[in-house]
Write a protein that binds this ligand. Structure first.
Ligand code: AMP
Ligand code: ZN
Length: 136
C-alpha cells in the first residue's frame, strides 16, 4: 500500500502532522524523533507505506541508507546505531517502516542493547544455511 490514512508517519509525509524535517526527496523523508534516546536521534522513512521491511519495494529501500548516512555524519557522532524494528515483539510501535539513526555518545545515552547470544553447533548452522539459501 502506498499510503495509509490512519498512519501517523503517512500524516507526517503529507504535512498533516508537523515534524522537524531533515531531508526529503521523492522516496524518502527524514525527521527528528520526538522522544530521542540521544541528541540527533532521527528517523528515516520510505514514503511508501508498509508496516514491515518485507513489504517495501527494493527501490524505496535502496534510497534509505544514503540518507541515514548523511544524518549520522551531520550529528558528528563517532558512535551510532542504525535500528529498524519489525513487529511488536521486536519493539515496533509505529507501523510504518522506519530506520532510527541513534547517536551513542556514552554508556547511558543512546540505544541500550541486550544481546542474548545462544550456543549452537556446526551441524545446526549447516542445516540452517541450506534451508535459508534454498528460500532466497
Ligand atoms: P519504534 O519503536 O521503532 O516503532 O519507534 C517509533 C519511534 O517513533 C519512537 O522513537 C517515537 O519517539 C517516534 N515517534 C512517534 N511519533 C512521532 C512523531 N510524531 N514525530 C517524531 N517521532 C515520532
Ligand atoms: Zn504510513
Amino acid at each position: 500500500m502506498a499510503s495509509s490514512a490512519a498512519c501517523i508517519f503517512c500524516k507526517i509525509i503529507k504535512g498533516d502532522i508537523p515534524s522537524f524535517k531533515l531531508f526529503e526527496n521523492d522516496k524518502v523523508l527524514a525527521f527528528l524523533d520526538i522522544q530521542p534516546l540521544s541528541r540527533g536521534h532521527a528517523l528515516v522513512i520510505p514514503k511508501y507505506h508498509g508496516s514491515k521491511l518485507t513489504e517495501i519495494p527494493d527501490e524505496d529501500l535502496s534510497a534509505i541508507l544514503p540518507v541515514a548516512k548523511k544524518i549520522a555524519a551531520a550529528t558528528g557522532a563517532s558512535d551510532y546505531n542504525i535500528l529498524q524494528n519489525n513487529g511488536a515483539a521486536a519493539h515496533q510501535v509505529v507501523e510504518h517502516v522506519h530506520f532510527h539513526v541513534i547517536p551513542k555518545p556514552n554508556a547511558t545515552e543512546g540505544l541500550g542493547i541486550g544481546w542474548p547470544a545462544q550456543s549452537t553447533d556446526m551441524d545446526k548452522l549447516k542445516a540452517l544455511h541450506e534451508e535459508l539459501k534454498s528460500k532466497m
